[in-house]
Structure formats: structure tokens, C-alpha cells
Write a protein that binds this ligand. Structure first.
Ligand code: C2E
Ligand code: MG
Ligand code: MG
Ligand code: MG
Length: 292
């Protein structure tokens, strides 16, 4: 364990040093300051049911409103702190901010479950579940099942015992977990049994290429079948077109998220988007394959 964290420390140091030389990435210290200065914001991407046309939730995605460089995507700064304790502080801020947003939307009459992404390091904190439940309890009217926690499949596989322990504890408290980027982790069928996740989120790479790659279509079909067999919900990410949605419906996957439905947007825009969204006519009347 000591060896691993030692290695990671050098890893972070190397990225940081190299980035400063290139002037590209920021430093861990600048991220810490950004958190203090409240420069992070959340954008929200809707999740919908393709068949019913209902908006079923939204995923909170962090951005850095950088004073000089503008709005930065998570890929531009998260890698720097993935192995650093600061990811836990940022992660907790994300949870607090998402809960506050959910409360605000409710006051406006919009009841929408929100999901947040949780880093592997957060799950390793022994008080993770207690802190999340305490944060939820500070919002009257919000319940643990209103907040979904997305965990990368690869994070779960790296520490199956630890992650499964946290998930069991969290589920006991009513929290809902999803496995994110599912299919990228060379998952075996048996480990799924040990993870009490309510939902599998199929990685966008399979969805993106399914229309012209028969292998990806087969993987998609397999994951959808797997989810049904294990009685887990399944949602597809990266739905960029109407055709993607149509094929997913025919494969038996009715939940989806992607640019073809909506891009992540500032919180203030979401209520209006929910009001005016209509599913494409092409999706109506598509027969779902029975997976019973
Ligand atoms: P993710 O959780 O898998 O989120 C989906 C990512 O795919 C988002 O990128 C989203 O904007 C993008 N996306 C959605 N639909 C489409 C589509 O149709 N086509 C394409 N090409 N992309 C689509 P984003 O916001 O840049 O986030 C990237 C990743 O950063 C996330 O992947 C997640 O793993 C991580 N992340 C974001 N916010 C947080 C956070 O608060 N905490 C942690 N630990 N990780 C976060
Ligand atoms: Mg996610
Ligand atoms: Mg994903
Ligand atoms: Mg991803």
C-alpha cells in the first residue's frame, strides 16, 4: 500500500512538472485555490427514457470556470488530482452542490434525481457513506435514493473488496450506485454478483461505433442481456443521434444520455429544457426485445 501511494506521488509530481514546463495543465496548488475561491461549477446532462419520452434524471459534471482560461472540462484538470487527497475535497463539494441544486429545482417544482461521479479515492475513505448521508440529511425533503453515485467500472475492479464494502454500506443507507463506463473494465460475470449496483452505464465507445461495427453491436447486446439477467437497470451513454436511440430501443435498452438528446448545460437552463423536450417521432412504436 505504501509502495503504491509512493508511486502515485511521483506520478502526480511528474505530470505536474511536465505540465508546468509546457504551460498546459494547472498545478495541484492552483486546484486547491480554485476550490477555495469557488471556481468550480456543475453542468447537468439529462437522462431520458427513449420509449416514454420521460426525463428520468440528470448527471452532474464538474467544470472549472478558470479566470484566465475559460471553462475547463474535467479531462483538463481531474487527472492531476486523481491520486491526490484533494480529489476527496472536490468530490465532496460536488455532492454538496448537486444536493443544493436538487433542492432548488424542487422549490421550482422540478423533481429530478441527480447523479454524481465518485472517484476511487473517495470510496476508500472510511467515513464516505456517513458523510454523504449526513449531507443529504441536511436537506429536508431529499432522500438517499434521490442521489445516484456513479463509480467507474475500472475503479471497482481495482479494489473489488473495498468498493463492494462501501457499496453494501451505502445501499444499506439507501444510496443508489451505478457502474460507469461499463464494458471497458474487462468485467467478468461473477464479480457483478458482489457489487450491489442498481445500474450499468454502458460506455459511450460501444454506442458510438455500434452502427458500423458489428462487434460493438454484439457487446452492446451482450451488456443489455447481462443487465437484464442480473436485474440491473441499463443506460446507454454517448447517444449522439436518433438512429442510435432507435437501435438501442430495439436491443431492449430504454434509458439513454448523450449529445443527441442534450449536451451538459448550466443548471439554470435545465428546467426549461425539461419542459420543452420531445422525443423524436422515430422512437415511437419501436418494439422492445423481451428479455424476460
Ligand atoms: P462520464 O461520467 O462517463 O460522463 C460522460 C462524459 O461524456 C461527459 O464528459 C459528457 O459531457 C460526455 N458526453 C455525454 N454525451 C456524449 C455524447 O453523446 N458524445 C460524446 N462524445 N460525449 C458525450 P465530461 O463532462 O468531459 O466528463 C468526463 C469525465 O470526467 C466523466 O465521464 C467522469 O468520469 C469525469 N467527471 C466529471 N465530473 C466529475 C466529478 O465531479 N467527479 C469525478 N470524480 N469525475 C468527474
Ligand atoms: Mg458518469
Ligand atoms: Mg461514462
Ligand atoms: Mg467516461
Amino acid at each position: 500500500q505504501a509502495k503504491v501511494s509512493g508511486k502515485n506521488r511521483y506520478h502526480v509530481f511528474d505530470i505536474e512538472e511536465a505540465a508546468q514546463v509546457r504551460g498546459q495543465l494547472e498545478s495541484v496548488e492552483s486546484l486547491r485555490l480554485a476550490l477555495e475561491r469557488r471556481e468550480f461549477i456543475l453542468h447537468y446532462q439529462p437522462k431520458v427514457n427513449l420509449r416514454t419520452g420521460k426525463v428520468i434524471g440528470a448527471e452532474a459534471l464538474v467544470r472549472w470556470q478558470h479566470p484566465q482560461r475559460g471553462l475547463l472540462a474535467p479531462g483538463q484538470f481531474l487527472p492531476l488530482i486523481e491520486d491526490h487527497p484533494l480529489i476527496c475535497d472536490l468530490g465532496h463539494w460536488v455532492i454538496e452542490a448537486a444536493l443544493q441544486q436538487m433542492s432548488d429545482w424542487r422549490e421550482q417544482g422540478l423533481h429530478l434525481p441527480v447523479s454524481v461521479n465518485v472517484a476511487a479515492r473517495q470510496l476508500q475513505q472510511s467515513d464516505f457513506v456517513a458523510r454523504v448521508l449526513a449531507a443529504i440529511a441536511r436537506h429536508p425533503g431529499l432522500y438517499p435514493q434521490d442521489l445516484q453515485l456513479e463509480v467507474l467500472e475500472t475503479s471497482a475492479l481495482e479494489d473489488l473488496v473495498g468498493v463492494s464494502r462501501t457499496m453494501v454500506e451505502g445501499r444499506g443507507g439507501g444510496l443508489v450506485f451505478a457502474l460507469d463506463d461499463f464494458g471497458t473494465g474487462y468485467s467478468s460475470l461473477t464479480y457483478l454478483k458482489r457489487l450491489p449496483v442498481a445500474q450499468l452505464k454502458i460506455d459511450q465507445s460501444f454506442v458510438r461505433d455500434m452502427l458500423d461495427d458489428a462487434d460493438d453491436l454484439a457487446i452492446l447486446d451482450g451488456v443489455i442481456g447481462l443487465a437484464a439477467a442480473f436485474r440491473r437497470e441499463v443506460i446507454a451513454e454517448g447517444v449522439e443521434s436518433t438512429e442510435h436511440g432507435a437501435v438501442l430501443l430495439q436491443l431492449g435498452c430504454e434509458l439513454a444520455q448523450g449529445y443527441g438528446i442534450a449536451r451538459p448545460m448550466p443548471a439554470a437552463e435545465l428546467p426549461r429544457w425539461v419542459d420543452q423536450w420531445n422525443p423524436p417521432l422515430e422512437w415511437q412504436g419501436l418494439q422492445m426485445v423481451s428479455r424476460e
